[in-house]
Design a protein around this ligand. Structure first.
Ligand SMILES: [Zn+2]
Length: 127
């Protein structure tokens, strides 16, 4: 059964946009159950979610920049993420992060900053 992107959103299954590395289901098709006989309606396999998360990150250069730096730097703060974004020309994103830091009384890690940018780039409501 092929689903449309609208169906994925309704079912809260955006990972359906990617091919499943676990069961081999094509984009737009639900994950197969063990043995591949039956579709799984309510969930996708973990590997597919991981591929989807990585695709979201790879599709957003500012977010990727932060997360790559945060891997090498434990406890990285949001203000360092903003400095990094500025240094690479992502000035609008850097300003957004500084505003978020101020709104949260300084409590924003680099990872939270990346999640915020990603969410807002995709039309999320976390402003
Ligand atoms: Zn699958």
């Amino acid at each position: 059964m092929d689903l449309t992107p609208n169906d994925w959103q309704r079912a809260n299954l955006p990972p359906l946009a990617v091919v499943c590395p676990d069961c081999g289901s094509a984009a737009g098709q639900l994950c197969a159950s063990h043995g591949g006989t039956r579709a799984r309606n309510s969930q996708v396999r973990r590997g597919r979610t991981a591929v989807w998360e990585q695709a979201r990150i790879d599709g957003n250069p500012a977010v990727r920049l932060i997360l790559d730096a945060a891997k090498a730097r434990r406890g990285m703060h949001g203000k360092h993420a903003a400095e990094l974004l500025d240094a690479h020309g992502h000035t609008a994103e850097a300003d957004r992060i500084r505003r978020a830091i101020s709104e949260r009384n300084g409590l924003l890690s680099a990872k939270q900053a990346a999640a915020l940018l990603l969410d807002e780039a995709e039309g999320g409501e976390s402003r």
